[in-house]
Design a binder for this molecule. Structure first.
Ligand SMILES: NC(=O)c1ccc[n+]([C@@H]2O[C@H](COP(=O)([O-])OP(=O)(O)OC[C@H]3O[C@@H](n4cnc5c(N)ncnc54)[C@H](OP(=O)(O)O)[C@@H]3O)[C@@H](O)[C@H]2O)c1
Length: 232
């Protein structure tokens, strides 16, 4: 894609702290951005974080990503309203700390499985279905360094992030020879977000810079990696 301007982007997890920065950068480059949300307060928080001149480009849609009908409804809405989808970003899931893996309660495991892996699967399905139909599209997954490094007491995050990374690689292999691009971004440090405020380190990438990085890959001003995996 030559330019992000006038493209249509969909950011799952756009109400989260990393997603918020990605949404802002895409809007800043001139994309229209649809953000599914399930929590109205977080939707308001995102709206308040976007500078007013860019708000026209933001479209928040109540959606339950882990519900197939709800996700399919969102995709139909996007195509009926905008007639296209060019960029999809999955910035989904949360952190967990507290137990060695063998002591982790089953209910916590199930909740993490839903939020950090099933959400990716359910979001990806109708998006990729559409991308295959039009033989094009950018699919970007945000991951973390736990995907490659075991983190004691947060082991479930490593297990699921590792699986998420492999999901991206499988999607990429399967899309080989089509017009679809699949990328995984792995920040090697924590991301500078509004949530951490004074605890942010200057050397970390900010959530907005992550968004700019995505725009640069999409526009071709940053070289593509053969592996589809980008370390920041
Ligand atoms: N923060 C960091 O320093 C950092 C560093 C490296 C990588 N990352 C990666 O960045 C991504 C986002 O992290 P974050 O810090 O932005 O977390 P966050 O603030 O907790 O945001 C997570 C987002 O995912 C959504 N989500 C979670 N489970 C969901 C579900 N079942 N259905 C629909 N939406 C769901 C949340 O929606 P709700 O608002 O509805 O819960 C929220 O929008 C993760 O993949 C993480 O590994 C973060």
């Amino acid at each position: 894609m030559e330019t992000v301007r006038n493209s249509l982007a969909l950011v799952a997890g756009g109400t989260g702290y990393v997603g918020e920065g990605i949404v802002k950068s895409l809007l800043d480059r001139g994309a229209r951005v649809v953000v599914p949300f399930r929590n109205a307060e977080k939707a308001d928080r995102l709206r308040a974080a976007v500078s007013p001149p860019l708000l026209d480009g933001l479209d928040l849609q109540h959606t339950v990503i882990t519900d197939q009908d709800s996700m399919e409804h969102l995709m139909s809405y996007i195509i009926e309203t905008y007639g296209r989808l060019d960029i999809a970003v999955a910035s989904l899931g949360g952190w967990y700390y507290g137990y060695s893996l063998h002591r982790m309660p089953m209910e916590d495991w199930q909740a993490l499985l839903t939020n950090n892996l099933n959400s990716h699967f359910m979001f990806m399905k109708p998006v990729m279905e559409y991308f295959y139909k039009v033989n094009g599209g950018e699919y970007v997954m945000i991951n973390g360094s736990a995907s490659e490094k075991p983190v004691p007491e947060s082991g479930v995050i490593s297990v699921l992030a590792g699986a998420q990374k492999m999901m991206g690689q499988v999607l990429r292999e399967e899309a080989h020879g089509t017009g679809i691009q699949v990328s995984t971004l792995i920040p090697t440090q924590p991301v500078k977000t509004r949530e951490r405020m004074v605890d942010n380190m200057e050397s970390w990438f900010s959530a907005e810079e992550l968004g700019q990085f995505i725009c640069d890959i999409v526009e071709g001003s940053r070289p593509r990696q053969d592996s589809g995996v980008y370390y920041l």
